[in-house]
Design a protein around this ligand. Structure first.
Ligand code: PGA
Length: 249
């Protein structure tokens, strides 16, 4: 299993001014990281160009979404080639907020996943159930989301895939999942991927936890050997919290 730990900072639309974005980026790239960690910062599109151009194996640039067609008459679309031109190496796809407010269907998520992997980007695919109480939720809902997102994804592309388990009830609520339940969900996701692609790919898959991760609880998730890191929303836009997360393992 992959022992490297990943911290994905999803700024969402919390940071809204260039000055604020520059300031936060400067803080992040100056931070000291423990060996074996990688940070991926995912700012809103207009701020992608503010990321320092120097190549680093510790800090990478991610986008929060992408369009699946390569070019053409698609008003408002941001394509994979545009992202690559800005030095973007990672892209979040299928975040529950996009599934909800942009009405992205499983089919749209699958198109984006296929196109981004085909273009050589690393994809952070988000899945997660709505209600905490629903015990059938993980196998039924999360399993179905994983399967439909991966339809027609060839096995050699799987090395560039992360799956973030993000229960919707935990996102932005201040109530994170328990590390044990997050671990069970991540093992279930590995099993689904293992059933589709074989055990080796299931075990090598990078699975993240997201939903109210902060400086106090990040280590609890990151220290689970079956979890490869965390996807952090709100707390990634607060200097003290984010430096605390980077410091916590
Ligand atoms: P949160 O968001 O950390 O603000 O809960 C996580 C996410 O949606 O990626």
């Amino acid at each position: 299993m992959n022992t490297k730990k990943f911290i994905i900072a999803n700024w969402k639309a919390y940071i809204t001014a260039q000055k604020q974005a520059k300031d936060m980026l400067a803080t992040v790239v100056k931070a000291k990281l423990s060996k074996g960690a990688e940070v991926v910062v995912c700012p809103p599109f207009p701020f992608l160009s503010l990321f320092p151009k120097t190549k680093s194996s510790i800090f990478s640039l991610g986008a929060q979404d992408v369009f699946w067609e390569s070019e053409g008459a698609y008003t408002g679309a941001v394509t994979l080639a545009m992202l690559r031109d800005f030095g973007v190496s990672h892209v979040i796809i299928g975040h529950s907020e996009r599934r909800h407010f942009a009405m992205e269907s499983d089919e749209v998520v699958n198109r984006k996943v296929r196109a981004a992997l085909q273009a050589g980007l690393r994809v952070i695919l988000c899945v997660g159930e709505k209600e905490r109480e629903d015990s059938r939720a993980i196998p039924e809902i999360v399993g179905a989301q994983v399967k439909s997102a991966l339809a027609d994804v060839p096995a050699p592309h799987m090395k560039n895939l992360f799956i973030a388990y993000e229960p919707i009830w935990a996102i932005g609520t201040g109530v994170a999942d328990t590390p044990n339940d997050a671990l069970s969900a991540s093992l279930y996701i590995r099993k689904v991927v293992g059933d589709l692609y074989g055990n080796k790919i299931g075990m090598a898959l990078k699975v993240l936890y997201g939903g109210s991760v902060d400086a106090k609880n990040a280590a609890l998730f990151m220290n689970q050997s079956g979890i490869n890191g965390v996807l952090v929303g709100k707390a990634s836009t607060d200097k003290k919290e984010f430096l605390g997360i980077l410091d916590s393992f």
